[in-house]
Write a protein that binds this ligand. Structure first.
Ligand code: NAP
Length: 338
């Protein structure tokens, strides 16, 4: 048969599965990479697609076979899914069965009452839109992005179950749910026959809310976790130690969720001390921050972001030095508790 598709210019590194580790996600049969890549920032219309392509290719070459999206990642909303779809079509179609691609709906996406929340109407139509933008036939994981107090949890969970039964998603997840609602969601989904695969909460040295009840539930119930912003959006790296570099996330006006006001002198003082410890351990602060997250046994995977391919390499190299002595862990506690 004549193949009319152009030969893809990208061939994945044949050693891609050698360095990465793939723990089971909770008690499921799905194994996820210890480091996953999120496309929240740096994959919008304002970003160079050549750079976006290099980031995704580098990640896959290093064994990161999980890419995390959401309907509203951009800017503008939807753009990260479109970018991913274009890169996928050009370079990754042949690797579809090696990939775990996730998307989400929950936060505001389009005008009117059906473009936000947790209703069946919103989740199913948004998933359909996300599939169109990415060009995928299904998502490996589809998440409800954030709890919606105005929608009965049963309705939201039944919509997730429906997405699996209709072949639009293989697994389901929830994100940003607090412990009590998480437990309720687990019970409802179990009854529906579509077990909750994963929870996606924020977790880093500066934001440890999950340690207060959520991680116990996830471990008890056999649910995995994909923890986001492990570098606190770049703060837990050495990048802001001498000021705010141009083009850093804190310097970019279109990024509304992180700015110079969040880089306080109190935080910077902790970052400096953590950086000293990281260097003593023979790694960068970014790497120590990732290793520290992975040290929590409820964590399946660290969901990092990157603005260039070199950052992806740095993050994956965190796996070279994951262990902490009890003394090092105590030093970290002392630094964070001041
Ligand atoms: N479920 C949710 O509600 C939710 C919310 C937020 C995020 N997420 C997910 O989590 C993913 C990751 O979030 P995040 O981007 O905030 O993660 P993060 O890993 O904490 O921050 C990533 C940013 O840190 C900087 N960075 C990365 N490596 C670096 C290094 N080696 N040295 C210096 N700076 C470095 C880069 O910013 P610069 O631009 O400054 O280089 C990069 O874009 C998102 O893409 C998304 O998939 C989910």
């Amino acid at each position: 048969m004549i193949n009319h598709e152009p030969t893809p210019s990208y061939i994945a590194d044949q050693n891609r599965y050698k360095q990465m580790e793939y723990p089971r996600c909770g008690l499921s049969g799905l194994k996820l990479p210890k480091i996953s890549l999120g496309l929240w920032q740096n994959f919008g219309e304002v970003d160079a697609q050549s750079n976006a392509t290099l980031i995704i290719q580098k990640a896959f070459d290093l064994g990161i076979n999980h890419f995390d999206l959401a309907n509203n990642y951009g800017p503008p909303y939807g753009a990260a899914e479109t970018t991913f779809g274009q890169v996928f079509k050009r370079n990754f179609k042949q690797y579809r069965d090696e990939l775990i691609v996730s998307s989400k709906a929950g936060y505001d996406m389009w005008a009117g009452p059906f473009g936000i929340g947790g209703s069946r109407k919103y989740l199913i139509s948004s998933c359909d839109q996300s599939l169109k933008r990415t060009g995928l036939e299904y998502f490996d994981i589809f998440y409800h992005h954030c709890p919606d107090p105005d929608t009965p949890l049963e309705e939201t969970m039944t919509a997730l179950d429906h997405l699996v039964r209709s072949g639009k998603a293989l697994y389901v997840g929830i994100s940003n749910y607090r412990p009590a609602d998480c437990l309720k969601a687990i019970k409802i989904l179990k009854q529906l026959g579509t077990p909750l695969l994963i929870h996606q909460p924020r977790y880093n040295m500066f934001d440890r809310w999950i340690e207060d009840g959520l991680t116990d539930i996830l471990l008890d119930e056999g649910v995995g976790s994909m923890v986001f912003s492990p570098l606190a959006q770049g703060l837990l790296t050495d990048k802001y130690l001498d000021g705010i570099p141009a083009n850093s996330r804190a310097a970019r006006n279109e990024i509304v969720h992180f700015n110079a006001n969040q880089i306080t002198s109190e935080k910077l003082s902790k970052v400096k001390q953590l950086n000293t410890l990281a260097l003593k351990r023979g790694q960068t602060l970014a790497q120590m921050a990732i290793a520290w997250n992975l040290n929590n046994k409820a964590v399946t995977s660290c969901l990092v972001g990157a603005s260039n391919a070199a950052q992806v390499e740095v993050s994956v190299d965190a796996l070279q030095q994951q262990n902490f002595t009890s003394e090092e862990l105590q030093i970290i506690e002392n630094i964070l508790s001041v």
